[in-house]
Ligand binder design. Structure first.
Ligand code: DOR
Length: 443
């Protein structure tokens, strides 16, 4: 019997803290050897000229199952993930029915296992009604934690008031994730939406709306002594404010807030409409500042597919959200090639960061004993992103026609090559991720 199931040879292996010209030996789905070593393997994959990153984990996607599967489902969403080099996702609870109970959560785990193409964890929605169950729910195997919408977006999940959020924070012990836009201000400001003009979206959902909510949320975290994760931070003001509150707050930023600006509304119309909105370039540059100075911890795509028909309604009837899971890696590699961030910092935000913040067991680093989740990339390859390449059921990307340098050429999940050179080469093997805060006890 060969010593290793596979060896990935001659790659530049990148972790958050450095890179080396190493080989990776894989056995039973885990990394068994790293460095220059001798040994035989059933399969040797020559990765000369390629970089291997720890499997990219997209910590915010909406895959719409159950209930909204005309937009996406767990299979199509995760197919897009692996085609784009993503090996794991945290998926959101604004489904129909909402993912707010043990039964709805376990149904998703069952629906995803060996049907999703990448590994996964599901958030459970926190509400006024399920607060008494959250302590038990957040510890269920495969749960990424509790997600709270403080401002309303797609679906009916909403806890707008401080006392509701405080009750949730008091009930739980893990880091919880928040959509932070002030619902009361959103209600008051609805008149600022200009019919037919999606560029009024960031006027309605203004920087003040986001900052007000984030300030309230941080105060509640301090009062309760709990950790919060602020999703898709979109303003200069929040980056500055959160810099003073890293004791309780972790920060997610998105590729679209780092890439698009106010000109997107002219080009894309309602296809640029997102919550929180794409804003002007001053905010975009401030978010890059957060990437550079470390205030931003992780990157999530907020993949939020809607059909063309739903996007084509005249604003504000058009749905908020765009696809992103498949384009996260190419768009960010292009930013690396343009000198916006280092490859190591990208790995810090897409692999090591999720491990550090959420305690994912055995994922997020290329290290012996960790799952052999690998994102294999060609930093020199130039490709043009096309709608036809997008596997999402929605079938479109805001980056259609954009040429990037840097491309994912392989996706390896627990030692199995799932995608190679744009082809799906292993049937769906997705499993729930494990978390250090809810590991089953061994006798
Ligand atoms: O634009 C958005 N769409 N933002 C969210 O937070 C939710 C998402 C969706 O589910 O469509």
């Amino acid at each position: 019997m060969a010593q290793y199931d596979s060896i990935f040879k001659n790659a530049t292996v990148v972790n958050q803290d450095g890179e080396e010209r190493w080989d990776i030996g894989v056995r039973h789905g885990r990394i068994a050897a790293l460095g220059r070593f001798n040994g035989d393997a059933d399969e040797v994959v020559d990765c000369t000229g390629l970089h291997i990153l720890p499997g990219v984990i997209d910590t915010q996607v909406h895959f719409r199952e159950p209930g909204l599967t005309h937009k996406e489902d767990l299979e199509t969403g995760s197919l897009g993930a692996v085609m784009g080099g993503v090996t794991g996702v945290f998926e959101m609870p604004n489904t129909n029915p909402l993912t707010t109970s043990r039964a709805t959560f376990e149904a998703k785990i069952a629906a995803g296992t060996n049907r999703m193409h990448c590994d996964f964890a599901f958030y459970i929605g926190g509400t006024h009604d399920n607060v008494g169950e959250l302590a038990a729910l957040e510890k269920l195997p495969g749960c990424a934690g509790i997600k709270v919408f403080m401002g309303s977006s797609t679906g009916s999940l909403l806890v707008a008031d401080d006392s509701g959020v405080e009750a949730i924070l008091r009930a739980i012990s893990r880091r919880a994730a928040f959509h932070s836009e002030d619902e009361f201000m959103l209600e008051e400001r609805k008149g600022l939406r200009v019919p037919g003009d999606p560029s009024s979206h960031p006027v309605w959902r203004s920087p003040e709306v986001a900052l007000s909510c984030t300030q309230r949320l941080v105060a509640l975290a301090h009062r309760t002594g709990k950790r919060i994760h602020v999703l898709h931070v979109s303003t200069a003001e929040e980056i500055a404010f959160l810099a003073d509150h890293k004791d309780v707050a972790s920060v997610e930023v998105t590729p679209h807030h780092l890439t698009l600006d106010e000109t997107a509304y002219e080009r894309l119309g309602t296809y640029a409409q997102m919550n929180p909105p794409v804003r002007d370039r001053a905010h975009r540059e401030a978010i890059w500042g957060g990437v550079a100075n470390g205030v931003a911890d992780i990157l999530g795509s907020d993949h939020a597919p809607h059909t063309r028909e739903e996007k084509d309604h005249p604003y504000p009837g058009s749905h908020s959200g765009m696809t992103g899971v498949q384009t996260l890696v190419p768009i960010m590699l292009d930013h690396v090639n343009n000198g916006r961030l280092s490859l190591q910092r990208l790995v810090d935000m897409t692999s090591h960061g999720p491990n550090r913040l959420f305690g994912i067991a055995g994922k997020g680093r290329i290290a012996v004993g960790y799952d052999a989740d690998l994102t294999v990339v060609d930093m020199k390859r130039r490709e043009t992103i096309r709608n036809e390449w997008i596997k999402s059921r929605a079938g479109w990307t805001p980056y259609d026609g954009v040429t990037v340098t840097g491309w994912p050429v392989g996706t390896v999940v627990r030692g199995k090559t799932v995608m190679w050179e744009g082809e799906l080469v292993t049937p769906a093997i997705g499993q729930p991720m494990r978390f250090s805060e809810s590991l089953p006890l061994k006798p």
